[in-house]
Each structure stands twice: as C-alpha cells, then as structure tokens.
Design a protein around this ligand. Sequence first.
Ligand SMILES: [Fe+2]
Length: 189
Amino acid sequence: MKWDIEKIKKEVKENLSEYRYQHSLNVMEEAEALAKHYDADVEKCKLCGLTHDLAKEFNEEKNKKIIEKYNLKKTLLDSNYKNLVHGYIASIIAREKYNFDEDMILAIRYHTTGYVAMDLLGKIIYLADKIEKGRDNEIVTEARKLAYQDINKAIIFVITNQLNKLESENKKVLDLSYDTLEFLMEINK
Ligand SMILES: [Fe+2]
C-alpha cells in the first residue's frame, strides 16, 4: 500500500464531528463497493471517499489561511462557491500532506459538482457521496440502484435532480454542474 490509511483515518476523525466522520466512513465503504463492481482502483477509491469532506468543517479563517498559503484563487471565498470550497481545500491537503495522485485530487476537488471528462474514480466518489448508506430518500434509492447498473446514468439522474431542486429554490447553480451533465449526456448518447 502506498498510503497509510489508518493514519489518515485518524487525522480525518480529528477534523470532523462524529456525524461527518461517520458519513466519511460510509462514503469510503460505498466507494469500495463501487470500485469492486466497476473494477476500479480500490485503494484510491477508499482513500478519496475517506478524505473528500476533510475540510467541510473548517471555518472561514482557516480556509482563508490555506487559500493564501497555497496561492489559490480568491474567488473560492465567494458565497457562490460555498459548496465547492471544502472539496477544493481538501484536495490541496490531500496533495500537500498525503501526496495523493492527480486523479485522486480531481475526484476530491470536484466531488460536489462533478467535472467535465471525469474519470471512473471521479464518478465513483461523486456517487458514493450521494448514495452512501446514511442517506435515505426516494431519489437516493433510485440513484443507488442505477449506480450499480450504469454509472453515467446514475450521475445524470443525481445531477438532474440536484439542478431541479436548486433552480426551484432559486439557488445559484455552478456552471461546472451544467457542464458535467452535458458531458455525461453527450457520452451516453
Ligand atoms: Fe460528503
């Protein structure tokens, strides 16, 4: 094994509430199952599942410090990017501290929106986060079923529902989500 998962687990736990740590473990478990189902890299899927929300409970001050330290785009602090920033910062920590590979960094960074030309690892992390066993509603149940049949269709389903919900609440949708949806629909034709 290239990474010490037990050590990373401990550090993730230190940064999260019990509730979110449990969610992270659930995502790790779901990512492992999806990885086995689709013959993806199990170790990478588990690690990305475990760490994807690592920065979710950081306060603004901590985010600011990291953004300055690594010279990241200041726009990350805009309220529009509220849903993106924790993935972005987690991906920087994963790179700097754990030396994760590039594909892992992308999967973590864009786990809330997806990204254009996402690879299997990115798709698995995106979905595992949305369908882990702690979540339960009609959409999740359907997405979970689809996830093990056709991973692209499952993501299209999840994003479409998410966009409908955000639009009906008049909330800002990031271009990345639209672009990801368009990309997946294009390759699924
Ligand atoms: Fe998550």
